[in-house]
Design a protein around this ligand. Structure first.
Ligand SMILES: C[S@@+](CC[C@H](N)C(=O)[O-])C[C@H]1O[C@@H](n2cnc3c(N)ncnc32)[C@H](O)[C@@H]1O
Length: 314
């Protein structure tokens, strides 16, 4: 393995270890709230994660993006958003919905698409001038990214920002919410579900939730998981309108079709359980499981460090 690949592996191992420890701590305490609070207090761990993720993405994955733009989650998101909001994508969805109503005109401030990038780390979408991005992260890698725990941040009438932190986010105010490699960070289904419900509240009608989740295997090997997420999100008025499997990720866009879907607390529990990832069910020790996962990856994947991010393995 080249020095470059070795470096990528070290960085990705740091990231993977944090996910693994979070799962372990939840298993031990059985209480997702208290283990999350403890995690958030561990500043050294959060900062090391942020630095490693930033470096892995900008130094290692960026090379892959340059050599093969079709592998990039960033390019995919931009291409989808420009087609949906600036091209005829939204209009096509209106026609497909067969709701022959007078749709309200989509409004843009300064002609820009407003994007909330949750778990942004280093604001990978800042290069697109047509996007007005609010990049937020539990532990930002850069000062330009706002500090925010998306699990606990209140949703209210207005977005309040203070000293590079988010105090609240305005409901129905974003054209797009992005979860790029975010959901698998969380050790529990209920935390992933909390994020999805919050995204639904923050989107304006016809806005889109973009979810990107890492997986280097063929699309069908995790189709059950992707179907389960689709069913859960559809129940809260987020209809999947685009799915594509890239070399290393599943990319999905969900369109907000209804404003306030009626959900009971029983529904909520069932829907939350649908936001599972295969790691939730690993019975042997995570490290053993991940060692086994290793064997299945190609040389190219190993070289790019993708094997060392959590993969959605059955
Ligand atoms: C794997 S990184 C993905 C970074 C970036 N989105 C990308 O695609 O390269 C996951 C990020 O989610 C952030 N994160 C985890 N939990 C969060 C939360 N509750 N609120 C906001 N950000 C969170 C982490 O700090 C980390 O930067």
């Amino acid at each position: 393995m080249s020095q470059q690949s070795e470096d990528g592996k070290v960085l990705a191992d740091i990231i993977k270890n944090v996910h693994r420890r979070l799962r372990q701590e939840l298993k031990e305490s059985g209480d997702s709230e208290s283990s999350w609070i403890n995690h958030c207090r561990n500043e050294d761990r959060l900062k090391e994660y942020a630095k490693s993720m930033h470096q892995l993405a900008t130094e290692h994955w960026e090379r892959l993006r340059e050599s093969n733009p079709d592998t990039s989650r960033i390019n995919w998101t931009w291409s989808f958003l420009s087609n949906y909001f600036l091209g005829n994508g939204c209009e096509i969805q209106r026609q497909k919905s067969k709701l022959y109503i007078d749709w309200p005109k989509l409004m843009f401030k300064d002609s820009k698409i407003s994007v909330l990038d949750v778990g942004s780390c280093y604001n990978p979408f800042k290069e697109f001038k047509e996007l007005d991005v609010l990049p937020v992260d539990l532990c930002p890698a850069l000062e330009s990214v706002y500090q925010c725990d998306f699990l606990t941040v209140p949703v209210g009438e207005k977005t309040f920002l203070e000293d590079q932190s988010v105090l609240s986010l305005a409901s129905s105010s974003f054209h797009c919410v992005v979860f790029s490699f975010l959901l698998e960070y969380f050790p529990s289904c209920s935390q992933r579900w909390t994020c999805c419900e919050k995204a639904q509240q923050l989107l304006m009608e016809e806005g889109v939730l973009v979810i990107i989740t890492p997986d280097s295997k063929a699309a069908h090997s995790n189709s059950k998981v992707m179907r389960s997420w689709r069913e859960a999100l559809e129940a809260i008025g987020l209809k999947r309108i685009k799915y594509e499997k890239l070399l290393h990720a599943h990319c999905m866009a969900f369109r907000k079709t209804s404003i306030d879907p009626p959900i009971t607390s029983d529904d909520r529990q069932l829907l939350a359980s649908k936001m599972y990832i295969p790691q939730d069910f690993h019975s042997q020790s995570d490290s053993e499981q991940e060692e086994n996962d290793h064997i299945k990856f190609t040389e190219e994947e190993v070289a790019e460090g993708f094997t060392y991010l959590p993969m959605l393995n059955d």
